[in-house]
Ligand binder design. Structure first.
Ligand code: PEP
Ligand code: MN
Length: 695
């Protein structure tokens, strides 16, 4: 009998051992389930115990060394096991309604089967694989919109790669979408060179892949002289095409999984420049998922700061003050506004935590826009555990040293009063909100005159009106293109054609424009062209409209309803603020009383009352209150005297020919009286304030 080792037998033994290891893993997972149940029974018990993980890994590394094993690999294996258990436990503690209650869960991704997005999606929904349908789309946008339409329950898109950085297309989609981030997934990218047959590398002449993958393998590509490269929409698509073309000298860069799926050969594994190549994916859905507060969750935000010096610092301070750990801060260019930026922030926390709510309320004061993209379990932890120092002592030392440099977190900042309008409310010491529209600033103590016709009637009419407004002292142009008319037979406005004329007039005379929107579906379309969106008195409590305005980045001029109390006006503003849009200008435009001598009754007391209650700017519309141009002049001056931040008045080059609200349209001469009158009042008020100060 020969004592030469028998490969077959050894392999058999290995297979048996693997199976026993699987049994052990299965036993471990059963224990993990018990742990999850025990944690659930203990209120306040966090899912993750990082200290225990660290001690356990260090202990295992020590034992591995004693047994002559490489501690690096042992730690890596156990790290994966920990990740697996945490994933399992977090599912126990999460309410993932769609996946649990529906028969079939539809999950979208960009690319074809075997693409990294597909693999990450499968990993994320590994427990639901039997009732999951994965649908590939050719672009990120197609996949995203399918989810917005309700064709998908979830969409999984890449957001960031540890070598390539942020993935802009996904950020763009998240920006304006109503979808929520409900989860994240991390995929370790292991690029392989894939060929039709097992040819030597020297025979490869042409390599195709996704541009990111080509970039990540640039050192490897540079080592192959004379090859040509070709880009595809995703890595798996490059493999599919390779198979179709049947060119023996062609190859593709993709995952090993893609090679298997298409029955091709891996010519070389791990060809990326950097081994630690991870891609983070976000999982989005129409509705947010409520996660148990004991899970380690993060919150993702997008915010745009006010145009004030130090605004970014003010936005970041509440994180520190509330002891919230920032995980990521990324600045990205704002759409339509060159050289202005918005910020993406990830921080550790749970959305139901009062500390988080308070911090967000404080931050919103310094933003023009703030949107919570989602709150979801963290999957980006533990990736440093393999590289950390080999033993517990040195880790502990590192922490001690780090601790010496750490400030203790400040006392949690004051909690806000229980007013129903928390974001609109003014607390003592709060700064007033300033809203910048082009060169005009509302709420900074200056007086803003907005003027123009009730409705845009023609190109000529709005051009002539704009010239009049500019020449006589107005700084912003109004003009309705969607008109809320009491009678269905009246002129309803010129719609988008009128909007284009209004835009042209505003640009020609250097005046930002304000126009009314009545329907939620028009908000984003109008916001793309108008500087300020007006919500008319009749729509102050149109809640679907208010919610849409919350998602919009333009300042909103919100008129008080004819029958609305001041509190109701503030609650309507709160809808917009709570939706993320911090730029609301309140407008008093007259209310219905028993008095019939005028169109409505201008409630000038609302100005000082609102100044007391809110930090938002307040302007007055005397035109719609009075309904009579003779009364508009004194009421405009009274508004300035009462401390308003501005007025919005109707004026028309030929008031008698106005299609809409002609009787209240100021003549050019009356408009001149108004602008010079409010300036005089402004000077008088400033003078008396200075006198009172020096007295
Ligand atoms: C308007 O500004 O033209 C208008 C219709 O105003 P209100 O909503 O205040 O009536
Ligand atoms: Mn009008």
């Amino acid at each position: 009998m020969s004592d030469k080792p028998n490969l077959e037998e050894i392999r058999k033994e290995l297979d048996d051992l693997n199976e026993r290891m699987l049994d052990t893993i299965s036993q471990r997972m059963q224990l993990v389930e018990k742990v999850a149940a025990a944690k659930l029974a203990q209120p306040g018990q966090k899912l993750r115990d990082k200290e225990r993980e660290r001690v356990m890994l260090a202990e295992l590394a020590k034992k591995a060394r004693e047994k002559g094993l490489n501690p690096y690999y042992v730690k890596r294996i156990f790290n994966d096991l920990i990740e697996y258990s945490l994933d399992d436990q977090s599912r126990h503690m999460s309410r993932r309604d769609p996946a649990e209650t529906k028969d079939l869960v539809r999950i979208g991704f960009q690319g074809v089967e075997g693409a990294y997005s597909h693999l990450a999606a499968q990993k994320h929904f590994a427990k639901d694989l039997e009732n999951a349908a994965f649908v590939g789309y050719s672009t990120f946008g197609d996949a995203f919109r399918a989810c917005e339409r309700g064709d998908l329950d979830f969409v999984v898109l890449p957001l960031e790669n540890t070598i390539g950085g942020s993935i802009n297309a996904t950020y763009r989609l998240l920006e304006d979408s109503a979808l929520h981030i409900v989860g994240e997934e991390v995929w370790q990218v292991q690029h392989c060179l894939i060929g039709l047959e097992n040819v030597p590398l020297g025979r490869v002449r042409h390599i195709a892949s996704h541009p990111q993958a080509l970039l990540q393998c640039s050192a490897f590509l540079a080592s192959l002289p004379g090859i040509t490269v070709e880009s595809f929409t995703d890595t798996a698509e490059a493999v599919r095409r390779l198979k179709e073309r049947q060119e023996i000298t062609h190859a593709a860069i993709a995952s090993e999984d893609a090679a298997e799926r298409y029955g091709l050969h891996v010519l070389k594994r791990d060809i990326a420049d950097q081994k630690e190549n991870y891609t983070k994916f976000v999982v989005c859905a129409k509705n947010p998922v409520e996660y148990d507060a004991r899970l380690d969750t993060k919150i993702s935000l997008v915010l745009a700061t006010n145009h004030k010096e130090g605004a970014l610092l003010q936005c970041l301070r509440p994180f520190h003050e509330h002891g919230l750990n920032l995980l990521k801060l990324e600045s990205r260019p704002k759409l339509h506004t060159p050289w202005e930026y918005q910020f993406y922030v990830d921080f550790e926390g749970h959305i139901a935590d009062q500390n988080v709510t308070n911090a967000l309320e404080q931050i919103q004061r310094h933003t023009s826009y703030l949107k919570v993209l989602g709150c979801y379990p963290i999957r980006t932890q533990g990736f440093d555990a393999v590289q950390v120092a080999e033993d517990v002592e040195s880790t502990a030392l590192k922490e001690e040293v780090a601790g010496a440099f750490c400030e203790t977190p400040a006392e949690p900042a004051k909690t806000k009063s229980a007013k129903p309008y928390r974001l609109a409310a003014r607390e003592s010491g709060d700064e007033k909100t300033e809203i910048k529209v082009g060169d005009v600033v509302l709420g900074d103590g200056s007086f803003t005159v907005i003027a123009g016709p009730c409705a845009v009637e023609s190109r000529e009419q709005i051009m002539e009106s704009a010239k009049l407004v500019r020449d006589l002292g107005g700084v912003m142009l109004r003009g309705g293109v969607f008109k809320p008319r009491t009678s269905p037979y009246s002129f309803q406005g010129m719609g988008y054609e009128g909007l284009d004329y209004l835009v042209e007039a505003g640009k020609t005379y250097g005046l930002p424009i304000v126009t009314e929107v009545m329907h939620p579906q028009d908000v984003m379309k109008v916001a793309a062209k108008a500087d300020v969106i007006q919500i008319g008195a009749r729509n102050m409590q149109n809640f679907s409209l208010l919610s849409e305005l919350g998602r919009c980045r333009r300042p909103i001029l919100l008129k008080r309803g004819m029958m609305a109390s001041i509190d109701e006006l503030l609650m309507a503003a709160e809808y917009i603020l709570a939706g993320g849009n911090s730029q609301v200008i309140l407008c008093e435009r007259g209310i219905r009383t028993f008095e019939t001598a005028t169109r409505n009754t201008l409630d000038l007391q609302a100005i000082p009352v609102l100044k007391r209650l809110t930090h938002l700017p307040i302007i007055v519309d005397p035109s719609h209150a009075a309904g009579d141009r003779e009364l508009v002049v004194p009421m405009a001056l009274a508004a300035a005297a009462a401390g308003a931040d501005g007025i919005i008045v109707e004026t028309h080059p030929h008031p008698d020919q106005a299609i809409c609200d002609g009787p209240q349209a100021l003549t050019p001469e009356q408009f001149r009286q108004v602008t010079s009158g409010v300036q005089a009042i402004g000077r008088a008020l400033a003078g008396s304030a200075a006198a009172a100060k020096s007295a």
